[in-house]
Design a protein around this ligand. Structure first.
Ligand code: FES
Length: 99
């Protein structure tokens, strides 16, 4: 299912747009001009990683500090805790995500 997220200018460089889609928390990040769609529920206790601190391509969960690679969904804290990634594209200035 392909869904509209926002307009492209609503996600600044180094920023994130979080949204809830079908009871899932999802986040779209912009890093070095590239958009990444990622499951946003931390695998530890489901806090939203969208409110975490970004350092390069790594985001740190604001609740207890688990760390994830935004570009792959890999968890650097617990190897089993990979977040789902979702394809994102832009058409005519509108950001879409494939869930
Ligand atoms: S909920 Fe993310 S580290 Fe605990």
């Amino acid at each position: 299912m392909r869904l509209k997220v926002c307009t492209e200018d609503q996600i600044r460089e180094g920023g994130v747009k979080s949204l809830k889609i079908l009871a899932r928390n999802v986040a779209v990040f912009r890093l070095n001009g590239v958009l990444y769609g990622l499951e946003a529920d931390c695998k530890h206790m489901r806090a939203s990683i969208a409110y975490g601190k970004i350092d390069g391509t790594i985001i740190t969960c604001p609740a207890h500090g688990w760390r994830y690679d935004i570009t792959t969904g890999d968890c650097l804290t617990e190897a089993w805790a990979k977040l789902k990634t979702y394809p994102v594209d832009v058409v005519d200035g509108v950001v879409y995500i494939e869930i």
